[in-house]
Ligand binder design. Structure first.
Ligand SMILES: NC(=O)C1=CN([C@@H]2O[C@H](COP(=O)(O)OP(=O)(O)OC[C@H]3O[C@@H](n4cnc5c(N)ncnc54)[C@H](OP(=O)(O)O)[C@@H]3O)[C@@H](O)[C@H]2O)[C@H](O)CC1
Ligand SMILES: [K+]
Length: 512
């Protein structure tokens, strides 16, 4: 697992290293500059003609130190100062003095006719606090138009380190060399499109600097698969959990098929599907391994029947292709009531189950969101449209603040909120958040969400806690897409391919 930081956290960890651990700020700055230059060499960047534009804060201070190091290595370096020298940070002032002492000129504008092979942006780092306008915006536009490779110091200027939003105008980097921890803004859209390749360098700001307050956002890595359930030599299907899928409606059998197949691909011992009678033939042909309980689409199954199948299951997924008919709503309400008194079961609400809850909530139905009362924290897996219905915010508003929206919802509703997007956010009710870094645009395809809900359901049935299963399932789902895209290409990837991908990934990472 790795940690991703926002601007407030990074500034706090900087300050802790300096004040609590007594490491001088200038020492950190020197390490940042050395690390940056070393990385330029490692990346074989053409240093024939370097332009470096520095702001008046410590990001600019890093830039001035980088300029000095490149100059002393014998490279042709043009240094431009963007900002007010009178209002510079202390370290920035020291770096200016050093450059002056070496006789390195500092220009106040980009010289005409310059044809750099490398443009380095050191105008703003994590201290960017508002929209970039006026001369700064003009400078960034001109830098973007210049020849040569573009490298950003710490983060591309103009990108919010917290949300990835473009604050006015931003530098478009091919390469971002960042210090200590990855910045959220370089990963979240649209900031990721301005970061280019991201390289993290150690400069001596370590996890000790957290002083017991780690960053709120984490990203899973391959080594986190160590908690995946393994096949035991002496076992049977009962050893790998029972999943109930309440999925599919008339003309929407495919969602139930994909979810059930994904659950089996994830190693679930037994999958039972509750679906309308019309889906019997298709399910029995497509997933012969699944057990079926069907119901008349106009009649909700009797209470003892519902209770019996819920009692049977270790984990329950409700929603893929469920439809919004009266019977679907009645089954959902039964599950919501059942969940409040069954803490030994895991629950996941997806797709139409979320749309139904949203509709009921928005029309003032009391208890529509009874998942708040579950003892075993429920998982919900909305995409942006479903989240918009649940929160009554626009998709644009949600996208602007993906992490906060998911975290607020998780907190207010006491659920694990898996908000699906390019980088899916899994927010836990205690303000911990995971940002998923696996996956690719090919996965934005019909049925991808049904596969995810079956996958997470299967992990929960195999006794991973909901807190483990939700982020790990999202990560595995993305890797399944990544492994398959190598053969299908981005255009050809289907939800069925993801199921094959799940098996491949599991076979790689759960070797005994
Ligand atoms: N602490 C250290 O010693 C280290 C820091 N590192 C690097 O430093 C930056 C963060 O530096 P900081 O000084 O906190 O902030 P910035 O350099 O990013 O920017 C601050 C200045 O920019 C002004 N500002 C902010 N937004 C705007 C804007 N939209 N338009 C104009 N000016 C803006 C701000 O002015 P204020 O009026 O808001 O005060 C500041 O003058 C970090 O990213 C690292 O690169 C090193 O890593 C080493 C250790
Ligand atoms: K920068």
């Amino acid at each position: 697992m790795k940690y991703l930081v926002d601007s407030r956290e990074m500034q706090k960890y900087d300050a802790n290293t300096i004040s609590h651990f007594k490491v001088p700020g200038l020492l950190l700055m020197e390490r940042a500059a050395i690390a940056f230059v070393e990385e330029l060499h490692r990346q074989n960047v053409d240093l024939t003609e370097v332009l470096i534009v520095c702001g008046s804060g410590n990001n600019g201070g890093d830039g001035l130190a980088i300029a000095r190091l490149l100059f002393l290595e014998g490279h042709a370096v043009t240094v431009v100062y963007a900002g007010n020298k009178e209002h510079c940070s202390e370290s920035n002032r020291v770096q200016q003095d050093i450059l002056n002492a070496y006789g390195i000129s500092i220009y106040m504008d980009i010289p005409e006719k310059i044809r750099p092979t490398l443009v380095i942006d050191a105008i703003f780092g994590v201290g960017l606090s508002r929209d970039v306008t006026g001369e700064y915006a003009d400078m960034l536009c001109r830098m973007n138009e210049l020849s040569g490779e573009k490298a950003a110091v710490d983060i591309a200027s103009g990108i919010s380190a917290d949300t990835g939003a473009i604050l006015g105008t931003a530098f478009r980097a091919d390469l971002t060399i960042t210090f200590a921890f990855e910045k959220l803004g370089s990963i979240l859209w649209p900031g990721n499109e301005y970061a280019g390749r991201i390289i993290v360098c150690d400069i001596g700001i370590t996890k000790e600097s957290w002083l017991g307050e780690p960053p709120a956002v984490m990203a899973l890595e391959e080594k986190d698969f160590s908690i995946l359930p393994k096949r035991k030599s002496h076992s049977n299907k009962g050893s790998y959990g029972k999943l109930l899928l309440i999925a599919g409606s008339v003309n929407m059998a495919g969602a139930a098929v994909l979810s059930a197949k994904a659950a089996y691909a994830t190693g679930c011992g037994l999958v039972r599907v509750l679906t309308p009678e019309e889906n019997r033939a298709i399910l029995q042909c497509s997933v012969p391994e699944a057990v079926l309980t069907t119901y008349d689409k106009t009649l909700v199954p009797e209470e003892p029947v519902l209770r019996e199948i819920l009692d049977w299951a270790d984990a329950i997924v409700i929603g893929p292709g469920l439809g919004k008919e009266k019977t679907s709503a009645q089954i959902l309400n039964f599950v919501l009531e059942y969940g409040t008194s069954h803490e030994n079961k895991a629950f996941l609400f997806d797709a139409d189950a979320l749309n139904l809850v949203a509709e009921q909530k928005n029309t003032g139905v009391q208890g529509a969101d009874r998942w708040k009362n579950f003892k075993n924290t429920a998982v919900i897996t909305p995409h942006l449209g479903e989240m918009s219905r649940l929160t009554r915010k626009t998709v644009g508003e949600i996208q602007k603040n993906l992490l906060q929206t998911a975290a607020d919802f998780a907190d207010e509703n006491q659920v694990i909120c898996v908000l699906k997007d390019e980088h899916t956010v899994t927010a836990l009710p205690d303000h911990k958040r995971y940002l998923n870094l696996s996956g690719n645009p090919g996965m934005a395809t019909a049925g991808s969400g049904d596969v995810l809900s079956g996958l997470i359901g299967a992990l929960m049935a195999q006794k991973l806690t909901s807190y483990q299963a939700a982020p790990l399932g999202v990560y595995l789902h993305g890797l399944a897409g990544d492994i398959m895209v190598q053969t299908t290409g981005l255009q050809g990837l289907t939800a069925s391919d993801l199921i094959t991908g799940i098996k491949k990934v599991l076979n790689i990472y759960t070797q005994q």
